[in-house]
Ligand binder design. Structure first.
Ligand SMILES: N[C@@H](CCC(=O)NCCCC(=O)O)C(=O)O
Length: 250
């Protein structure tokens, strides 16, 4: 009997007035519901308070969203962040072990932007904290003066690497992607495969080589207006298929 896959969507912590909340972006939740065909469930960033083994037993997939926050550099032996850099330690403490546990248990997972960077760090990789100040790379940040449609509109070519997961999904060798990030992959974690490169050589898509199921991370934002972008939609459909496969087996 068909069971809609239950897909966890990782929350960020956010101070609203005097209180702290756990929030998840609307566009991610809609992409899970409509793009992946899943039942979205927001997972609070409660770190050690959550029994992650129990959690992943109940889930058919996990989406690690983007966020203005950045992984704390001590997780990848990086230099201290510049003053004013946004962090979300509670999210770090939740996502980094959860990514490893989910892959080990064969739970499909999809990382977007910060979620992509968390996948790299979870597997022992490191990050450029300011890509635009690191050697040959262009500025991958959005212009905050631009309208949202412009910020999340197509920005650069993504070179899909042959023989990988993205290629197996039928994506062409080159697609146009948006770019809303100041950090990026410096050293790729062991056990990860490069799935896509920006024109300046920055790694912008990865997969887990020995994953039992779908395990993809992308630096861009495929949840943005995915209904109108067949390449973005294809990622959520494939993620949803993997989650349905896990749901059907349980
Ligand atoms: N802070 C990191 C990751 C950037 C990121 O995830 N941006 C998205 C913010 C809002 C949204 O969810 O769309 C970096 O700057 O590299």
């Amino acid at each position: 009997m068909f069971r809609q896959p239950l897909i966890g969507v990782i929350a960020c912590t956010k101070q609203i007035g005097l209180h702290s909340y756990h929030v998840a972006g609307d566009k991610y939740l809609r992409a899970v519901a409509e793009g992946a065909g899943g039942l979205p469930l927001v997972i609070p960033a409660l770190g050690e308070l959550i029994d992650q083994a129990e959690l992943i037993q109940r889930l058919d997939g996990l989406l690690f969203t983007g966020s203005p926050s950045n992984v704390e550099p001590h997780h990848y032996q990086g230099p201290a962040s510049a003053p004013g850099t946004l962090h979300d330690p509670a999210r770090d403490r939740t996502t980094l072990p959860l990514i490893r546990a989910a892959v080990a248990a064969g739970v499909p997972l999809f990382g977007i932007c910060l979620g992509f960077q968390e996948m790299n760090v979870a597997f022992g990789g490191s990050l450029h904290q300011k890509v635009h100040e690191a050697g040959p790379f262009m500025d991958h940040r959005e212009s905050e003066e631009d309208a949202l449609e412009v910020q999340y509109g197509p920005r650069h070519t993504l070179h899909v690497q042959p023989g990988g997961l993205l290629a197996s999904l039928g994506l062409p060798r080159e697609i146009q992607v948006n770019s809303v990030h100041g950090q990026g992959v410096e050293r790729l974690g062991p056990g990860l495969r490069i799935e896509g490169l920006a024109p300046d050589g920055l790694i912008e898509a990865l997969s887990v080589i020995d994953a039992q199921s779908f395990a993809l991370g992308v630096q861009w934002h495929p949840e943005w207006q995915f209904q109108a972008n067949p390449h973005y939609l294809r990622l959520f459909q494939a993620f949803g298929d993997a989650c349905r496969q896990r749901a059907g087996r349980r």
